[in-house]
Design a protein around this ligand. Structure first.
Ligand code: BES
Ligand code: ZN
Ligand code: ZN
Length: 503
C-alpha cells in the first residue's frame, strides 16, 4: 500500500469495496462496548464474536470481516482500544489499522472516529496522534528496489476520520499539524535509510537545500576549503581520510522578531562511520550509514518548525563528513585544534562524532542562543545503557530538563536523563593536548562523550545533548509505527514540541 491520504469528515458515503472501521473497548466489568453498527445482521455477527470471546478489545487487536456488506460497506474492521487511552495508544493503534487495511487492499476506508470514545478535551491530541501513527506506518524505503508494476497502478488509499467535530478549528489544526510532522519525520527517515554511497555529505546538503524551498528557511553550506578557513579542526580532521568532501550546513529560520534570541539545533551528520584508522569490525558495519541520523532528524525537525510557522528564531547546524581510513586520515595520537582554540588528541579515530560536533557547538555558541540541543548517534555505550527504547540525554540545566520532559510527554517519545558531572570532565583530559577524545576512566562512555562536547558550549547557554545511538534506527523491537529495520526519525517530534516551548 502506497501513499495513503487522510481526511477529517462529518459524513461518509460508502463506495464499492470500501471499508468501515469501528472500535471495541473494554469496560470496567470486562464487557465490550462501542461496537455499534446500524446493520442488524452485522451487529448480530459481532455480538456472536464478542460472546464467544473472539474479540477481547485488547489494544491493537484487529478483527477483519471481509465481504460482510455492512451499512453499504464491503468490509468491516473492528479495532481494539484497550483500556488505556493515552494519545500514544492512538499512535500505535493507527499502525494496527494500517496493517489491517494493507491486508484488505481497500482504497476507501471510513473510521468511525466518534466511536473511539475520546473525551472532547483529548480529541485534538488523539486525532493528531492517530493521524501521525497512520502516516508514519505508511513509510517504507523501497525506492532502490525495482518496482513491481501493480504497485504503481494501485490507487492511493483514502482514510476518512468521521467525526461530528470535523469542522472545529482545534481539530483541523491538530490534523494538519500531524500531516506536516509525519511528512518531516518520513523525510528524515529517508535520509537515514539511504546508503552511504547515495547519501554523502554533499548529497545531504543538496537534499536539504532542495527541501527548504518555499519554507522561508535560508541555507548556507560550507565546503572543505571554507571549513578549514573557519578553523573547524575537528570536522576537517575527521574528513581527511575520505575522498568525499565534508560539508557544514547552516539553516536559519525567522519566525519571531529579529531581537529574539535564537534556539539552536545541532545534529551529527556522519554519513558513513568506518571507524577510520581505528577501523570497526566488519560485522554490522553497514549500519554505520545511520551515523548521520542526528543530523537528518535535526533537518526534519527544522523543516517542521518552519512549516508549522512557529514563532521562534531557530538555527540548525549539521557538520557532515565520512569517517574513512584513507591515506590522509587522522592517525591515533594526532592532535587537532577546534574552532574555540581548544586542542584534542585523537586517541581513537572511531570516536569521531564528538570531534565534528565540537566545531558545530562552538559555532552554535557564537550565535548567543537561548538554548542549544544536539542529537547524535554518539556512543555504543548508550545502546548498552538504555537499549532501543529510550533516548538518553544529558543536561546540567534544570529549566531545560523540565522543558525536555514536557516536550517528550507531548510527542510520546521516550527520553531518559543521565548524569553529567565533573568526574566525567576529568576523564576527558589529554596528555599532550587540552583534551583526549577517549576517556581515561572505565565505563560511562556516553557521559564522558557528553563531557567532551560540553567543552565547546559557552557556559551560560542552556544546553542538552541527546545520544540516539540506540533509537536512531530500528532493529525489530521498536515502535509499531517504525519500520522493523530502518531509520526511526526519533526526536523530530520532540524537538518541534521543545521549540514550541520557546515561542
Ligand atoms: N557512531 C559510533 C557510535 C555508535 C555505535 C552508534 C553503535 C550506534 C551504534 C561512534 O562514532 C563510535 O564509534 N563511538 C565509539 C567511541 C569509543 C571509541 C570511545 C564507541 O561507542 O565504541
Ligand atoms: Zn565512530
Ligand atoms: Zn560515529
Amino acid at each position: 500500500m502506497k501513499n495513503s491520504t487522510l481526511q477529517l469528515v462529518k459524513t461518509h458515503q460508502p463506495t464499492k469495496g470500501s471499508t468501515l472501521v469501528v472500535f471495541a473497548q473494554i469496560q470496567k466489568a470486562g464487557k465490550l462496548s462501542s461496537v455499534k453498527i446500524s446493520s442488524p445482521t452485522a451487529q448480530k455477527l459481532l455480538q456472536d464474536t464478542i460472546d464467544d470471546k473472539t474479540i477481547t478489545g485488547k489494544a491493537q487487536e484487529t478483527l477483519v470481516f471481509r465481504a460482510l456488506s455492512v451499512d453499504g460497506y464491503s468490509h468491516l474492521i473492528v479495532l481494539g482500544l484497550g483500556s488505556d487511552k493515552k494519545h500514544e495508544t492512538f499512535r500505535q493503534l493507527a499502525s494496527a489499522l494500517h496493517n489491517a487495511v494493507k491486508s484488505l487492499k481497500t482504497s476507501d476506508v471510513n473510521v468511525q472516529w466518534d466511536g473511539a470514545g475520546i473525551g472532547k478535551k483529548d480529541l485534538a491530541l488523539c486525532t493528531q496522534a492517530f493521524t501521525e501513527g497512520f502516516l508514519l506506518s505508511d513509510y517504507s524505503f523501497d525506492e532502490l528496489k525495482t518496482k513491481k508494476k501493480d504497485d504503481e497502478e494501485k490507487a492511493a488509499t483514502k482514510i476518512s476520520l468521521q467525526t461530528k467535530f470535523a469542522a472545529e478549528a482545534s481539530l483541523k489544526k491538530a490534523f494538519s499539524d500531524a500531516l506536516i510532522l509525519s511528512e518531516c519525520v518520513n523525510y528524515s527517515r529517508r535520509l537515514g535509510d539511504m546508503p552511504g554511497n547515495l547519501m554523502t555529505p554533499t548529497i545531504l546538503a543538496d537534499s536539504i537545500v532542495e527541501a527548504i524551498k518555499g519554507t522561508g528557511i535560508k541555507a548556507e553550506v560550507w565546503d572543505r576549503a571554507r571549513i578549514k578557513k573557519e578553523k573547524m579542526g575537528g570536522l576537517y580532521g575527521v574528513s581527511q581520510g575520505s575522498h568525499q568532501e565534508p560539508r557544514f550546513i547552516i539553516l536559519r529560520y525567522h519566525g519571531a522578531p529579529k531581537t529574539k534570541k535564537p534556539i539552536v539545533f545541532v545534529g551529527k551528520g556522519l554519513t558513513f562511520d568506518s571507524g577510520g584508522i581505528s577501523i570497526k569490525p566488519g560485522g554490522g558495519m553497514e549500519e554505520m550509514k545511520y551515523d548521520m541520523c542526528g543530523g537528518a532528524n535535526v533537518l526534519g525537525g527544522f523543516l517542521a518548525i518552519a512549516k508549522l510557522k512557529l514563532k521562534v528564531n531557530a538555527i540548525a547546524l549539521v557538520p557532515a563528513s565520512e569517517n574513512m581510513p584513507g591515506g590522509g586520515a587522522t592517525k591515533p595520537g594526532d592532535i587537532h585544534t577546534a574552532r574555540n582554540g581548544k586542542t584534542f588528541e585523537v586517541n581513537n579515530t572511531d570516536a569521531e562524532g564528538r570531534l565534528i560536533l565540537s566545531d558545530a557547538l562552538c559555532f552554535g555558541s557564537e550565535q548567543a542562543p537561548q538554548m542549544m540541543v544536539d542529537a547524535a548517534t554518539l556512543t555504543g555505550a548508550m545502546v548498552v545503557a538504555l537499549g532501543n527504547t529510550h533516548t538518553g540525554f544529558f543536561t546540567k540545566n534544570e529549566a531545560l530538563n523540565k522543558k525536555i520532559q514536557t516536550a517528550a510527554d507531548k510527542s510520546g517519545e521516550c527520553v531518559w536523563r543521565l548524569p553529567l558531572c565533573d568526574h566525567h570532565t576529568k576523564d576527558m583530559k589529554g596528555t599532550f593536548a587540552d583534551l583526549s577524545n577517549m576517556s581515561s576512566g572505565k565505563g560511562a562512555g556516553s557521559a564522558t562523550a557528553a563531557a567532551f562536547l560540553e567543552q565547546f558550549v559557552e557556559e551560560s547557554i542552556p544546553w542538552a545533548h541527546f545520544d540516539i545511538a540506540g533509537t536512531g534506527w530500528s532493529v525489530g523491537n521498536r515502535l509499531p509505527y517504525c519500520s522493523k529495520k530502518g531509520a526511526s526519525g526519533v526526536l523530530v517530534r520532540t524537538f518541534v514540541e521543545l521549540a514550541k516551548l520557546f515561542q
